[in-house]
Design a protein around this ligand. Structure first.
Ligand code: AR6
Length: 170
């Protein structure tokens, strides 16, 4: 049975096997959660990312976690919000699905997700929340390989959106 938790704070401090990063297609590092993860992991993370040749929107790539507590970082690239008519919802859903698929293949049982695309990329928070929780609930069914999925939000408003949404689906 997968345990779902919602925490408010800095994702780099969460003690799980893998942190999910909201990256860009070049995997070059950036601001927001991407910047925080690179800062905490150290420069080796960028060096490994540079070897990967980028990551298309909606897909996922895995690296080591270097100086993080987490052993791994799973980088995924959320869609930039362009009004909703350009497949943004499906692409955001694929981020969660591809991260969970990669984690399962790698034997990772505990992960922490940020609210992908809801910062610089401008995805509306309420819709992104429903996609994140809906997809994780769907893929972390009773026989799933995951022990713990943590949703890490950076502000109380997002954390309460997640709490309300999770309460609706449980
Ligand atoms: N821990 C947890 N969540 C955080 C943290 C943190 N330390 N810092 C910010 N957030 P964003 P995006 C929240 O902009 O929208 C980067 O430059 C933040 O409040 O990090 O997918 C990349 O390189 C927001 O709710 O990611 C890309 O170019 C959420 O994380 C681009 O931004 C996501 O915000 C990706 O944009």
């Amino acid at each position: 049975m997968t345990k779902f938790d919602i925490v408010c704070g800095d994702i780099t401090e969460i003690r799980v096997t893998a942190l999910v990063n909201a990256a860009n297609e070049g995997l070059r590092g950036g601001s927001g959660v991407d910047g925080a993860i690179h800062q905490a992991a150290g420069p080796e993370l960028l060096r490994e990312c540079e070897q990967l040749g980028g990551c298309p929107t909606g897909q996922a790539r895995m690296t080591s976690g270097y100086r993080l507590f987490a052993d791994y970082v799973i980088h995924t690239v959320g869609p930039v919000w362009r009004g909703g008519g350009e497949g943004e919802a499906a692409l955001l859903g694929s981020c969660y699905a591809n991260v969970l698929s990669l984690a399962a293949k790698s034997g990772i049982r505990a992960l922490a997700f940020p609210a992908i695309s809801t910062g610089v990329y401008g995805f509306p928070k309420d819709r992104a929340t429903r996609i994140a929780i809906g997809m994780c609930r769907l893929l972390a069914a009773p026989d799933s390989p995951f022990d713990s999925l943590v949703f890490c939000l950076y502000d109380e408003e997002s954390a309460s959106l997640y709490k309300d949404c999770l309460a609706e689906v449980l």
